[in-house]
Design a protein around this ligand. Structure first.
Ligand SMILES: [Zn+2]
Length: 484
């Protein structure tokens, strides 16, 4: 079957953001237009079998239940993360398709601690409880602190205050995710810096703490946590998220001329480092045992909720890839690795360590695939590859449309596999692909108490697993010697 791609504009990752959340942002580049092949009859039949098997007999939803309910939240460094590593190794061994090993990874061990409470006072009135969630990596408050709140939409507004303009006060970063952006991941990317850099910006202007509006379109009462970082040249002040409902209330009160003070007590502590592991299941290829295709997600999660969408879904879908291909009697041509990465959320040391070892051993990763955008219904894939490799994958667009996953555009593929590109392992640049589910509800759950098993839909999760498996199968069928 021959098809001609038209010369529509496609998309490439935006360099500014690519390092941290490259999958979320897309920016236009030149067109790709060339003759390309769709699926062969054999491939069409295999993709149909993959979908039938996954939807009929797939076990990823049950795996997710066990991971969420028996292991639960599993922040790097925690006992639960150790439990998750053992669970993942056991499940992968149970498939019987290859060998399973642990790859040691040094991770930070940060804990929220016992006390996490806050309150607000309006115009000097009584304390009203305020729900907060410390941002991951935040220092504690060392007792109780209280200060006047000043609202900002961006860091530029803060700059006008000068170096001590926030003395004894709390900076509150309240810019919502842009509701006019169609892709919720892009809207997240546009608001993300408030969380990641808010504490540094507050401290640079003499502030005592940073509060951040939760990164979600949902108007809810759940604070959504997430990673943040400090700058060694600037003092460290505590940082916490407040819910969008509370953010709206506080900002409206201040806009109406009221004085709002917030008090906080947080016992967060960074214990230093701990050695945990990536879990790697390896199934040796029949034709190219020294060429690797990796598929994975991240095993760690934040310490609230159950890490169901982020990224329990990607973990169980990646496991399902190997289970399904094995059950269907498929023998991969390239060596297939399922990697359950550790520490994506607060360091990405799992992804970095994996890529470093790959480079040291001179391994050629022909392709790398990640599922880390939630367990909602799959819509397509984002592709991070050379022009010719991108064209080879986009040639499958129309065939994938029959399965509802024909949205194929250039963009970042995943944080965990990202360092494989930066580390430049042996051979050519890996063809990198990310599963792209519907993004609209993902941030309703993301990094909050709502990211639980009950909020993942069985059929949507399985459709994602089938799409992921199909992509890995098709990537295994490509001839990488003929792709630039
Ligand atoms: Zn994630």
């Amino acid at each position: 079957m021959r098809k001609r791609l038209n010369d529509k504009q496609w998309f490439a990752p935006n360099g500014i953001w690519a390092a941290v959340f490259s999958w979320m942002l897309v920016a236009p580049v030149g067109a790709v237009a060339q003759d390309v092949d769709g699926w062969s009859g054999e491939d069409s039949a295999m993709v149909a079998r993959i979908h039938a098997h996954t939807l009929g007999e797939g076990r990823c939803y049950e795996d997710l239940r066990v991971l969420c309910k028996d292991v639960g939240a599993r922040l790097s460094g925690s006992q639960a993360a150790d439990d998750a590593i053992l669970w993942g190794a056991k499940v992968l061994e149970g498939i019987g398709a290859g060998t399973v090993r642990m790859q040691p990874v040094v991770v930070p061990h940060w804990e929220r601690g016992g006390n996490e409470r806050a309150w607000m006072r309006v115009d000097g009135g009584p304390q009203e409880p305020l729900r907060i969630s410390a941002l991951g990596g935040s220092v504690g408050t060392e007792g109780v602190m209280e200060g006047d709140v000043v609202v900002f939409r961006d860091f530029e507004a803060l700059d006008s205050l000068g170096s001590d303009g926030l003395e004894g006060r709390i900076a509150f970063f309240n810019r919502p995710m842009d509701p006019l952006m169609i892709n919720a991941g892009s809207a997240y990317g546009g608001a993300y810096e408030q969380r990641s850099r808010g504490a540094v910006e507050a401290a640079e202007h003499g502030g005592m703490a940073a509060l951040v509006r939760s990164l979600t379109h949902a108007l809810d009462t759940f604070p959504h946590t997430g990673g943040m970082r400090y700058d060694d040249a600037v003092g460290k002040v505590p940082a916490a998220a407040v819910s969008t409902v509370d953010a709206r209330r506080i900002s409206r009160l201040i806009a109406d001329g009221h004085e709002v003070r917030v008090g906080m007590e947080m016992d967060c502590v960074l214990h230093g480092e701990k050695t945990q592991a990536n879990v790697i299941a390896e199934w040796t290829g029949s034709e190219h045992p020294d060429r690797y295709i990796v598929v994975g997600g991240h095993l760690d999660s934040w310490d609230i909720g159950e890490g169901a969408h982020d990224d329990g879904a990607g973990i169980v879908q990646s496991i399902e890839v190997m289970r399904t291909l094995h059950a269907l009697g498929y023998q991969p041509r390239h060596t297939l690795r399922v990697v359950l990465f550790i520490n994506e959320e607060n360091g990405n040391n799992g992804g970095k360590t994996y890529a470093q070892r790959a480079r040291e051993k001179g391994e050629w990763h022909v392709a790398a695939v990640e599922s880390d955008a939630g367990g909602d219904a799959p819509r397509g894939f984002s592709i991070d590859a050379t022009d010719s490799a991108t064209a080879a994958v986009r040639a499958w667009k129309e065939d994938f449309m029959d399965y509802g996953v024909g949205d194929m555009r250039r963009g970042g593929a995943g944080v965990d596999i990202g360092p494989l590109k930066q580390e430049e392992p042996a051979g050519k640049r890996p063809l990198m692909v990310g599963l792209r589910p519907n993004s609209q509800r993902y941030f309703d759950y993301h990094h909050s108490d709502r990211d639980i098993f009950e909020n993942v839909h069985e059929r949507e999760l399985k459709l994602g697993a089938a799409a992921l498996t199909s992509m890995v199968y098709l990537l295994d069928r490509l001839d990488y010697d003929s792709i630039d």
